[in-house]
Design a binder for this molecule. Sequence first.
Ligand SMILES: [Zn+2]
Length: 54
Amino acid sequence: MLSKLKSLFQDRCPDCDKKLHVTSDSLRCIKSCPNQHYTEETYFHLNIRIVYRN
Ligand SMILES: [Zn+2]
């Protein structure tokens, strides 16, 4: 169950399986693949999550 929940919150690149690099401030959190395959931006105040995949 815990692993299932965890999978909802991506922390590895779906393409190369590298750990995503995370930067965050009070407005947003950005997770990105070091090889630029995947970027995920979360805006807390808007409750929006944007995912880019290359
Ligand atoms: Zn990648």
